[in-house]
Design a protein around this ligand. Structure first.
Ligand code: AR6
Length: 175
């Protein structure tokens, strides 16, 4: 399991994986943060395909091609806006990770890179989010469906985010 979950620091748009995950909003029509970066790097055909999808509910995920990206697929998911934690935010964040992994398997992607969904504009506390991300990924990789995935990369945009994910991995996957 150890080498199937990798924590990296950097820009997800240059990841060499079969699929990258986008932390989108329900419109799927683009935005700021990692969503803006992915749309810029993929080119205008990405939003054109997104327009055909009819949006995406919070906690769900939908797949498009990657266009100018090196990854073949973009899996667009929508994490929850943090509203204090009693509005189903943990369950919805877990669902965003799980549905993205299901979409990866459906597309035939064996390597997948995630950003730290909901921890930017949507204000989910990074430590709590990292634990949910790592827990959900471990559970998925252990299950039968997870045998179709070789590697999940958690691509962090700051050192602090790397530290959160390292701590979560250490706690949830003791050596
Ligand atoms: N590579 C990897 N991670 C990144 C990158 C990048 N190029 N750019 C930012 N991050 P956010 P959210 C990190 O705000 O909280 C958009 O407008 C960032 O530091 O992108 O899910 C959408 O359209 C943070 O850790 O997504 C939605 O409206 C993480 O990615 C809304 O923001 C997520 O931050 C979604 O908010």
């Amino acid at each position: 399991m150890e080498n199937r979950i990798v924590i990296a620091e950097g820009d997800i748009t240059i990841e060499q994986v079969d699929a990258i995950v986008n932390a989108a909003n329900e419109s799927l029509l683009g935005g700021g943060g990692v969503d803006g970066a992915i749309h810029r790097a993929s080119g205008p055909e990405l939003v054109a395909e997104c327009r055909t999808l009819g949006g995406c509910r919070t906690g769900d995920a939908k797949t498009t091609k990657g266009y100018l990206l090196s990854s073949k697929w973009v899996i667009h998911t929508v994490g929850p806006v943090w509203r204090g934690g009693s509005s189903g935010e943990p369950e919805l964040l877990s669902s965003a990770y799980r549905r993205s992994l299901e979409e990866a398997v459906r597309a035939g992607a064996r390597t997948i890179a995630f950003p730290a969904i909901s921890t930017g504009v949507y204000r989910f506390p990074p430590g709590k989010a990292a634990k949910i991300a790592v827990r959900t990924i471990i559970d998925f990789l252990k299950a039968e469906q997870g045998q179709n995935i070789d590697q999940v990369r958690l691509v962090c945009f700051s050192r602090a985010s790397v530290d959160c994910h390292r701590a979560a991995l250490k706690e949830l996957l003791p050596a």
